[in-house]
Ligand binder design. Structure first.
Ligand code: ZN
Length: 76
């Protein structure tokens, strides 16, 4: 895991969110807006559209951000 970028919260200047890349190449954001947004499902793969922080890194709605499995507890 490596940190690609650190973004300051606009609502709480004392908070920072890390945009990270996992060892598997998944890029994800630690901000609540992204973490708690509902993931979409396509071909059995959960993904999310990029948040504003990920967009700042150049990702657009055309990118489907894979959701790291550890990030969500889901009932199966
Ligand atoms: Zn974010």
């Amino acid at each position: 895991m490596k940190v690609l970028m650190t973004a300051q919260s606009q609502t709480d200047p004392g908070k920072h969110y890390e945009i990270r890349e996992s060892s598997g190449g998944q890029v994800y954001c630690m901000c609540p807006a992204w973490r708690f947004s509902q993931p979409l499902l396509k071909n059995g793969q959960e993904y999310k559209l990029p948040c504003k922080h990920l967009k700042a890194l150049g990702y657009t709605e055309l990118h489907r951000m894979e959701v790291p499995s550890w990030m969500f507890r889901r009932s199966k």
